[in-house]
Design a binder for this molecule. Structure first.
Ligand SMILES: Nc1ncnc2c1ncn2[C@@H]1O[C@H](COP(=O)(O)OP(=O)(O)OP(=O)(O)O)[C@@H](O)[C@H]1O
Length: 251
């Protein structure tokens, strides 16, 4: 573990009441990488991101940008440069796209830099630029996803955590969202950790994939290596069988 890891999660455990849902999860996010946590429903993906962002309590260690953050308040973690985009696209429906982007940056004193950041976000998301005065609630699902990612970018994060960005979006829009995330990573140097239910969606975008099932890391690796074997399917589905074509579990 060194300075080249923007995030190091070590032996992370999460319990809701008496039920333990994460049983010692460990992984690193190299600085400037796009990593994806994939796994079936209930694997513990959302809980993992929430614990890193300070939303749920966890045990173990989470180091971000060189310091332990587990147990800190979400606002303090966000201020240190970690931006969390939770599942569900929390757009303020009656506010304009611009107001949605500016919200959360009112504490910033550097007005000039803020204007530059707004322009930068609009460069990455031209669809938001076209709809800058439109109410957030009028945007399509894909545009709303872009809006919440754009809003997260307005805080100039070093690391973005994004929970299921592709949920409910058409494949073409998913491609578009991931292409933008890839550009943000390579051109702006933002490190990105996403959750996805399906590994297929992120195979061509992620630098590394972490398979989570039953609250444990089952497998980690580069997509090109994982694609060569059946290990990815076996890790994802456990000992169960699956349809090779659709990738879906066979009950
Ligand atoms: N607030 C909570 N209280 C109690 N149990 C919870 C809570 N949140 C999640 N769980 C349970 O913890 C387990 C892991 O849930 P989590 O949402 O982290 O998984 P996930 O991999 O993100 O799945 P999904 O894709 O369905 O969101 C599940 O069994 C879920 O029912």
């Amino acid at each position: 573990m060194g300075q080249d890891h923007i995030l190091s999660v070590t032996d992370l455990r999460i319990q809701y009441g008496r039920v333990q849902v994460l049983h010692g999860v460990s992984f690193d996010v190299p600085a400037g990488a796009l990593l994806a946590i994939v796994g079936p429903n209930g694997a513990g993906k959302s809980s993992t991101l929430s614990a890193i962002a300070g939303g749920v309590a966890g045990a173990g260690d989470v180091r971000f940008d060189g310091r332990s953050i587990l147990g800190l308040k979400p606002e303090a973690i966000a201020r240190s440069g970690l931006s969390f985009v939770p599942e569900g696209r929390h757009v303020f429906g009656s506010l304009s796209v611009e107001e949605n982007l500016r919200i959360g940056t009112f504490m910033r004193g550097d007005r000039q830099r803020l204007e530059q950041d707004l322009q930068l976000v609009l460069t990455y998301f031209p669809k938001l630029k076209e709809r800058i005065r439109q109410a957030g609630g009028k945007l399509s699902g894909g545009e709303q996803q872009m809006l919440v990612i754009g809003r997260a970018l307005m805080t100039r994060p070093k690391l973005m955590l994004i929970d299921e960005p592709s949920l409910g979006l058409a494949p073409r829009i998913v491609e578009e969202v991931y292409a933008i995330l890839q550009r943000l990573r390579s051109q702006e140097g933002v490190s990105i950790l996403v959750n996805e239910q399906s590994s297929r969606r992120v195979m061509s975008f992620a630098d590394e994939i972490i398979v989570l099932r039953d609250g444990r890391v089952q497998l980690k690796g580069q997509p090109s290596d994982l694609a060569k074997s059946h290990a990815l399917h076996d890790a994802y589905f456990g000992t169960g069988t699956f349809d090779r074509d659709s990738g879906e579990a066979i009950p």
